[in-house]
Design a protein around this ligand. Structure first.
Ligand SMILES: [Zn+2]
Length: 470
């Protein structure tokens, strides 16, 4: 079958297709550069290619080819907490600094093979994520395809930046969530998010809302002279994650999002709120770091039955929780996988730096999950987390009409535990951003007019560049 005019092809020898969960040999992918979509997927009869190859074709036969990765839980406006705590980033950094950082984050993520981000909240920057998404879509900066939450929903007095000086002397802090209460209140909040440009609705099903009860010693580690002398020594009792919404409110959030045809993500640190969120019908549950109520088995049954996707954010558990909690998370993820709970890979990226996103899939494998299932969690399952066809695109596997998001690894992840770090080719929407391990010329810059054009001041300039307004 002849190629369509203007199309080009990517030729592979070894490719992983997450939809079939299979390693395929000798596949060529024809791409329509006008639509940025896959035009055709063809299996060749041999590893060989016709000679000479059309010059625009790309030969990736010495690499391991995958669909572009999807990170299902990111914060494009945050950088590593180890560099600066989240509260300080939200409270103290300017809009300009956070935006410039976000542009760098987007580039780093794309070059690491991440062609899609489900970005779950700006963290005190309103709906700037929707603006950033549109900048990327307009081609102003390189970056993943963003699906954004704008502000997360939380009930009053829960997910907010705390300061001890409540008197304040006129000091205000930015809000970290869209606070809402009651069935009509949460419905109104979902409508505000839709109006602000959200692609996904995120709400806090629970939170450690007693942060600030014993503020300094425990939460911010203030030094001698500013300590509370006798804080409670039970870590869980001091600050448990407790539900922020009633079942009726969670049901209303999901119901209102359904009217807007948007998926819903629920933050849940504990199994109790996770169970409530799953029963409300959310698409994904984020985190789950503890099971103090002993509800894990029931939760997994519920999630499996409903097809609720779990985004366990293991990479942030690794850096931001205790060894005990991290071990619990890895065991829980393995158990969930074995019981048939759907998993998507999302690192809560931003708590550690963008570009290191693949750590989430690595930890899944270290937890005992087969590499193929980790790759599914990092590709097609991410599409599911974005709402499947509700998101308006298809990506995460190879099929006609899908976005031409194609990446290549230098080594085989079945043999090399660090293979997912070795992304040497990146294509998004049919455009190459990385080749042979090097970033490709990123963004066009203004071009001088052709030499023959007269740019002198004598009035003959065709563009009037030097005309001085009278
Ligand atoms: Zn998060």
């Amino acid at each position: 079958m002849a190629r369509k005019p203007g199309s080009f092809a990517v030729h592979t020898a070894l490719l992983f297709d997450p939809k079939q969960k299979a390693w395929l040999r000798n596949v060529s992918i024809e791409i329509n550069p006008t639509t940025g979509a896959i035009a055709r997927v063809v299996t060749r009869s041999s590893p060989d290619l016709p000679s000479p190859l059309p010059p625009q074709d790309i030969d990736l036969r010495n690499k391991v080819v995958l669909p572009g990765f999807v990170d299902s839980h990111t914060h494009i406006f945050l950088h590593a907490y180890a560099e600066r705590p989240a509260t300080q980033q939200m409270r103290d950094q300017s809009l300009v600094e956070r935006t410039v950082r976000a542009a760098n984050h987007a580039r780093a993520a794309l070059l690491a093979g991440y062609t899609t981000y489900r970005d779950l909240g700006t963290e005190a920057l309103g709906n700037a994520d929707a603006n950033l998404r549109d900048c990327i879509n307009r081609g102003l900066i390189p970056g993943p395809r963003l699906f954004v939450a704008t502000e997360a929903l939380a009930s009053s007095g829960s997910y907010e930046i705390r300061v001890e000086n409540k008197v304040g002397l006129g000091l205000t802090v930015p809000r970290a969530a869209d606070a809402c209460d009651g069935v009509s209140g949460v419905r109104a909040a979902v409508r505000r998010r839709v109006g602000d440009g959200a692609d996904v609705i995120k709400f806090y099903a629970d939170y450690r809302r007693k942060v600030m009860r014993w503020p300094n010693d425990i939460e911010s580690g203030d030094g001698p002279g500013n300590r509370i002398l006798f804080p409670p020594d039970n870590k869980k009792a001091r600050n448990p994650a407790v539900p922020l919404f009633s079942q009726e409110e969670m049901n209303a959030i999901v119901g209102e999002a359904a009217l807007a045809q948007l998926p819903v993500a629920a933050h849940a640190g504990e199994t109790r709120a996770a169970l409530m969120a799953s029963m409300a019908g959310v698409n994904t549950i984020e985190h789950i770091f503890e099971d103090t109520g002993g509800l894990l088995d029931r939760l997994f049954e519920e999630m499996k039955e409903r097809g609720t996707v779990w985004v366990p954010t293991l990479a942030t558990a690794e850096i931001a929780t205790t060894d005990e909690i991290y071990r619990w998370c890895k065991a829980a993820v393995k158990k969930a996988h074995d019981q048939g709970v759907l998993l998507a890979a999302g690192g809560d990226t931003g708590t550690f730096n963008h570009g290191l996103n693949a750590r989430e899939m690595e930890i899944m494998v270290e937890s005992g999950i087969p590499v193929e299932d980790a790759l599914v969690a990092g590709t097609i399952r991410g599409w599911a987390a974005c709402g499947k066809d509700q998101c308006g695109f298809r990506f995460g596997w190879f099929e006609e009409g899908n976005r031409a998001d194609i990446i290549a690894l230098d080594t085989d992840p079945r043999e090399d535990a660090r293979a997912l770090r070795r992304v040497s080719f990146v294509m998004k929407d049919g455009r190459v951003w990385k080749r042979d391990g090097m970033p490709v010329d990123m963004i066009s810059v203004p071009q001088w007019p052709a030499e023959e054009e007269d740019l002198s001041r004598d009035g003959s300039s065709s563009q009037g560049w030097f005309e001085v307004p009278s």
